[in-house]
Write a protein that binds this ligand. Sequence first.
Ligand code: CDT
Length: 305
Amino acid sequence: MNRELVIAAAQMGPNQRSDSRTQIVQRMLDLMEKAARCGAEMIVYPELALTTFFPRWYLKDAAEIDSFFETEMPGPETQPLFTRARQLGVAFSFGFAEKVEHLGGSERFNTSILVDKDSNIALRYRKIHVPGHSQYESWRPFQHLEKFYFKPGKDYFSTARILNTEFSLAICNDRRWPETYREMALRGAEVALIGYNTPMHYAPMPSHDHLQSFHNHLCMQAGAYQNGLWVVGVAKAGLEEGCQLLGQTCIIAPTGEIVAQASSTGDEVILALCNIDRVKEIRENVFNFEHHRRPEMYPMISATH
Ligand code: CDT
């Protein structure tokens, strides 16, 4: 019998700087209720779901920077998500800014977690492809200071098996890199969950602004097809603090076909009944890695120098 899973992508509209965690978590809970009512077993939220996309600003005040980061998960403000999901019996995933305290100091990551239906964290992923710049650049209409705020994650694209399905996590800019999907697929992932915050304006190459929508689907559809993965791409969208963020939340089958897509740039739930075993249609045929792949002919791909 085929493994079938109802997956919901919970697109979020903008989070303004003045929105409290409580207000934002309440919107996430509303989306969770809706998704569960429609039969969702897995609910996927975007990157940095709990806050506004603060890397658009160069902040100097340490306390202000800290206010965007979580030091515990769940914490008092996020616990309601875990409690309600457990009551509803749904698994979920979302992104947040994470501050990890060590004896000698602290590290900051752009993080995403996968939570099983008993509200245990099954997988934690820290963004590997951290885009943007590390210093204030005055010529930009808004900053993209992810390299200033976040260290790149040091863990690979691991998988976790929940709901009888092998899941892997990636975050925003990761979705543009073919290595992300190939690494996941080689590790046995069947579903890739990818949250994003993508400004419509790309300051270093504004002549590509009109291609944001095209590139978004292009890379995720190619990643799905070329690796036989289900891909769930979830936006934080709309006009956030004067910055227009791309929507286009979608669920993509291993054939590369979009099977559900959001039609707004606000809070919106989309769902698909995903036959997880369709992964085999690709991986046992055109992209059967074992039979047709020639890794010995691609030495440059894994070269670290
Ligand atoms: N959040 C994130 O990674 N956004 C990037 C913006 C372009 S790079 C400045 C993205 O790849 O969508």
